[in-house]
Ligand binder design. Structure first.
Ligand code: NAD
Length: 285
């Protein structure tokens, strides 16, 4: 399983980052979106990120141009037929992911490896929508993808050794560090992080401390790069709420249950940085 050509489904926050990392690492990269308009918008964002890397001295202009030359945005799923690896980063919705992979399975060459970037769904339930669950892994990247070093590689009961080895190799090829996780909802990072974030909201609901002081406490007392409320605003309260619900459904444990305040904030449209207001006010670009 030699990976040369990479397909990415979705050019949103994560898909754009994954496509950027793949192209920068020298892979021919095709990124697929739902319409021409969304592809254009996604590629524009990706181009902005490449330019920023040049401005910050992280990438030289010639490398940027080469990476840009390796990228192609498409709407037609058939354009992914010759990919050796397809990484999916579409909405966190099981039906959408299963539907998309079933369609992909019919058009992409048989030997290709499939991967999902899901945060909280299990890989098994997505992989079973295809005829290649042995060539299916989780590749869970972190936001912002060009900056964050970690990728969780998730192997299911059905993932073949060959597919797992290829996944580890491609993660290293992307310049990232892999860790291996079993196919349990939330894998390693979200299994620990989500209860912590929810607990911070509960502590605030109970009046233990202010938002600012809880953030300051975890930053200065534990050396975390940012406090839980700053992180919640960064990740998106809606995303956190979806993930918590999926994990609660899976485990039926109170620590995964989204607290009422989180739900109210999502209903009220206070989603964090993306909506201009979450636990903090943010100026929108
Ligand atoms: P997003 O909303 O920014 O992007 C999703 C994109 O997928 C949208 O642009 C949408 O148009 C597109 N899309 C929907 N259906 C599609 C299809 N059938 N084919 C191609 N494109 C399609 O979402 P995101 O934050 O990038 O999250 C994507 C996935 O990554 C989710 O599964 C999420 O759980 C996971 N994830 C998110 C983060 C994070 O911090 N946001 C971190 C790790 C993993």
């Amino acid at each position: 399983m030699k990976i040369r050509k990479v397909g990415v489904l979705g050019c949103g926050l994560m898909g754009a980052g994954i496509a950027e990392v793949a192209a920068r690492a020298g892979f021919e990269t095709v990124v697929r979106e739902v319409s021409e308009e969304v592809v254009e918008k996604g590629l524009e964002k990706l181009r902005g990120s490449l330019d920023k890397a040049v401005e910050r001295g992280k990438l030289d202009a010639a490398e940027r141009d080469k990476a840009w030359g390796r990228l192609r945005g498409v709407v037609d799923l058939g354009a992914l037929a010759e990919c050796d690896l397809v990484v999916e980063a579409i909405v966190e919705n099981l039906d959408e992911k299963r539907k998309t992979f079933a369609a992909l399975d019919a058009v992409v060459k048989e030997g290709a490896l499939f991967a999902s970037n899901t945060s909280s769904l299990t890989i098994t339930q997505i992989a079973m929508a295809t005829r290649r669950p042995d060539r299916f892994v989780g590749l869970h990247f972190f936001n912002p993808v060009p900056v964050m070093k970690l990728v969780e590689v998730v192997r299911t009961l059905l993932t073949s050794q060959e597919a797992y080895d290829a996944a580890i190799e491609v993660v290293r090829g992307f310049g990232k560090e892999p860790v291996t996780a079993r196919d349990n909802s939330g894998f390693l990072v979200n299994r620990l992080l989500v209860p912590y974030l929810l607990d911070a909201v509960r502590a605030y609901e109970e009046g233990v401390g202010s938002i600012e002081d809880i953030d300051k406490a975890m930053q200065l007392g534990c050396g975390y790069p940012m406090g839980p409320f700053t992180l919640l605003d960064f990740v998106g309260l809606d995303t956190t709420y979806y993930i918590a619900n999926i994990m609660f459904d899976e485990y039926r444990e109170k620590r995964f249950a989204p607290p009422p305040l989180l739900k109210q904030m999502v209903l009220a449209g206070r989603l964090g940085r993306k909506s201009g207001r979450g636990f903090y006010e943010h100026s929108r670009k």
